[in-house]
Design a binder for this molecule. Structure first.
Ligand code: SAM
Length: 240
């Protein structure tokens, strides 16, 4: 592994007060190399530089650990995971997680299949589908301790994709920024209709980046009609 990569990764992860062992560092390096290689063939991520990928993909994903550190999490679904964010960094950090990666674009699914092999990750399921379909499937609906969906769509839309997957007592972790936190805070009624409640708002700062997490706890079953048909949440967001 290149020393510069290791040094930057260590420094940035330290800012979160988290620690990686040498094997985990190596896995992040292999992940970085695979992202760069695949990016030459298909458009996986718009981020290219070493520091940018470490900070905005790896460390930003690992920041999700902070709001969930006192939770008993086993099953995680990462909706619209793209090239695996934030799900794969969390799995590298804690291999006990049972991770489902959901992605609607086939080319990204092929990358996910490859990278999980390269990183020798076990208990990872990769699904090529849309959230609106899988969220209706009884095998997946209300089945996860934690749902994640970073940068997938605007808040009202993402909530309709994600909350149906969360079991009662589980969490959907909304990943907001100072730029869109007001929009997230205006979703209280939508969250309630889908069976959730905002429990906590937590700001995490690292390297001049501010990430705002909204811990949304599932209190009641999601009404059967949600999520609506593919495309409908986007066309007619559940703005209440
Ligand atoms: C902007 S990318 C973000 C990817 C990743 N979560 C990240 O933070 O880097 C959004 C991803 O969500 C996927 N996506 C969008 N709508 C989806 C849906 N309804 N079901 C499943 N995946 C979806 C897209 O194909 C895309 O890969």
């Amino acid at each position: 592994m290149e020393e510069s990569f290791k040094e930057i990764l260590k420094e940035k992860v330290n800012e979160l007060n988290l620690k990686l062992d040498p094997l985990q560092e190596e896995k992040f390096y292999l992940y970085y190399k695979a992202l760069k290689e695949w990016n030459r063939k298909i458009n996986l991520t718009s981020l290219e530089g070493e520091e940018e990928i470490i900070l905005k993909h790896f460390v930003d994903s690992l920041a999700c650990i902070i709001p969930i550190k006192d939770e008993n999490i086993e099953k995680i679904i990462d909706i619209g995971t793209g090239a695996g964010f934030p799900g794969i960094p969390l799995k590298i950090y804690n291999e006990k997680y049972k991770l489902t990666l959901l992605e609607s674009q086939k080319k990204k699914v092929l990358f996910l299949e490859e990278i999980t092999k390269i990183l020798k990750l076990s208990n990872v399921e990769i699904i090529w589908d849309r959230a609106e379909n899988l969220g209706k499937n009884p095998k997946y609906r209300e089945n996860f301790d934690l749902a994640l969906a970073r940068g997938v769509a605007k808040p009202h839309i993402v909530l309709e994709y994600a909350i149906p997957f969360v079991k009662i007592g589980g969490i959907f972790l909304g990943q907001a920024t100072p730029n869109n936190i007001t929009e997230w805070e205006n979703t209280k009624r939508t969250i309630e209709i889908l069976g959730g409640e905002i429990e906590e708002k937590l700001e995490v700062n690292f390297d001049n980046i501010t990430r705002i997490f909204l811990k949304i706890r599932k209190k009641n079953n999601t009404p059967e009609k949600y999520p609506r048909r593919p495309g409908i949440p986007e066309k007619r967001p559940l703005i209440m």
